[in-house]
Design a protein around this ligand. Structure first.
Ligand SMILES: NC(=O)NCCC(=O)O
Ligand SMILES: [Zn+2]
Ligand SMILES: [Zn+2]
Length: 487
């Protein structure tokens, strides 16, 4: 299929310019002024609109078996919701349990993902350590297109790993040119606070937020950064939600460390007051980790995006319906952790970021697409409108408006944490793999149309770090036992 987008303004992370864009056979083949539409092409008038690289959400959990249930959006409904919101690729998480083979887990997740209707890829979590894990990490990088490994510092007695595992795994990531990622919360402290709160009679969703104060996130973020520094590897910190963690990232970057900070659209726009809602189901629907924070923490995150010390806005889309949340009706520690967001990420960020002057349109593209593509080594296949790139494009109407409502969403749950939020700036048309998949508020998708996108290890940053690591390699002091300088 050939598409000619005429008269729009291309907005890439580096600059904006008036240009026509021709897509053919899934790729962008030409970008420039006054291009002739090829014979038979569908011509789309994009005047008055922005042409953005399709959004990339590098943090989602479709169909995730977690806390005794399974996330309600599978790879089909989750990627359909993504496309409706202008996100054309997700990077989801394969999370093998402790003692499970990484390759077995990977094969299982690949099978689940076959129904995706947008492009997708996988990070793999390291939840235990052994020679087998070490070996399988190598196989995943060499043969299966995985170049990032996630580590949970929380979820004690489930997915949590200790510093020993972090150091082993980070060092292995360095050898492989793979990017380590962390969920930074001190799981031991969360565990103790949960027990104390339950003993004090706090059993509702407010207990979730109280058991995960900024200190537990700040401590873990600092610790992970120090371990990454000691291992000589870059680090990606997911869902940075508080000033303490953001400042740890900013400090590390100022000290020359390659640390990438991801924020979530939920943490940027929703605050801790949500957990004190008198309606249990309302509050429980917002239970996620880390929890929503105070306005001061939100300000720090926005400042980080503006200043560049945070580089990505993701969603951590992990959708549970009210029936699933009710598993924790008597005990907040049993409420499945996670919220939706993938359908609204782009428009909520545009409304609250671009329309308020916190982000330029180019910075918007950087944090919703280009920076993730670079960090996870799929740039410029993704993340930019340029000849040769995949034809994943959003025709963005900056004047379009809507009010968020679960009643009209494509995600497979009956709640939306942004319910009632007024948005200005929406995806009018989403093009995925060179096909129009969202137009006139209608999805035109097929199950299984999404492709698994393999990602190579050794992004350029690893080459640079290899040189630095070699130059600063520890060396022994050569001593002659017969020489005694000091008396
Ligand atoms: N974030 C959350 O609450 N659920 C998904 C799992 C995770 O990322 O920690
Ligand atoms: Zn997490
Ligand atoms: Zn997550």
């Amino acid at each position: 299929m050939t598409i000619a987008l005429k008269g729009g303004t291309v907005v890439n992370a580096d600059r904006s310019f008036r240009a026509d864009v021709i897509c053919d056979d899934g790729r962008i083949v030409a970008v420039g002024p006054d291009l002739a539409a090829p014979t038979g092409a569908r011509v789309i008038d994009a005047s008055g609109s922005f042409l953005l690289p399709g959004g990339i959400d590098p943090h989602t959990h479709m169909q995730f078996p977690f806390m005794g249930t399974v996330a309600s959006d599978d790879y089909y409904t989750g990627t359909a919701a993504a496309l409706a919101g202008g996100t054309t690729m997700i990077i989801d998480f394969c999370i093998p349990g402790p003692q499970q083979s990484l390759l077995d887990g990977y094969r299982q997740w690949r099978e689940w993902g076959e129904k995706a209707c947008a492009d997708w890829s996988l990070h793999v979590a390291i939840t235990w350590w052994s020679d087998q894990v070490r070996e399988e990490m190598g196989t995943l990088v060499a043969d299966h297109g995985v170049n990032s490994f996630k580590h949970f510092m929380a979820y004690k007695n489930a997915l949590m790993v200790d510093d020993d595992v972090l150091m082993h795994s980070f060092s292995r990531c360095r050898e492989l040119g793979a990017l380590p990622m962390v969920h930074a919360e001190n799981g031991d402290i969360v565990w103790l606070l949960q027990k104390a709160l339950l003993e004090a009679g706090i059993t509702g969703p407010e207990g979730h937020a109280l058991s995960r104060p900024p200190e537990v996130e700040g401590e873990a973020a600092n610790r992970a950064i120090m371990i990454a520094g000691a291992a000589g590897v870059p680090l990606y910190i997911v869902h940075t939600s508080c000033r303490e963690a953001h400042e740890a990232i900013a400090r590390a970057r100022a000290n020359g460390q390659r640390v990438y900070g991801e924020s979530l659209i939920q943490h940027l726009t929703l605050d801790e007051g949500e957990y004190r809602n008198k309606d249990w189901a309302y509050a429980a629907a917002r239970v996620m980790s880390p929890p929503f924070r105070s306005k001061d923490h939100q300000k720090s995150l926005w400042d980080g995006l503006t200043a560049g010390s945070l580089q990505v806005v993701a969603t951590d889309h992990c959708a549970f319906n009210t029936a699933q949340k009710r598993m924790g009706i008597d005990d907040f520690t049993l409420i499945p952790n996670g919220t939706g967001g993938i359908e609204d990420r782009m428009a909520v960020l545009w409304t609250n970021g671009v329309n308020t002057g916190r982000l330029t349109p180019n910075e918007f593209v950087a944090v919703t697409s280009a920076n993730a593509a670079k960090a996870f080594n799929i740039y410029p296949q993704k993340g930019v409108i340029a000849p040769g790139a995949d034809a994943d494009i959003v025709i963005w109407d900056p004047a379009a408006t809507k009010t968020v409502s679960a009643a009209t969403q494509h995600s497979n749950i009956e709640v939306n944490v942004f319910e009632g939020m007024a948005l200005r700036g929406l995806p009018a048309i989403t093009i995925s793999q060179g096909k129009v998949v969202w137009e006139g508020n209608e999805l035109k998708v097929q199950r299984g149309e999404g492709r698994f996108v393999p990602r190579q290890g050794t992004a350029p940053v690893f080459e640079a770090m290899k040189i630095r690591n070699e130059l600063t390699r520890p060396t022994p002091v050569k001593r002659d036992p017969s020489v005694h300088v000091t008396p």
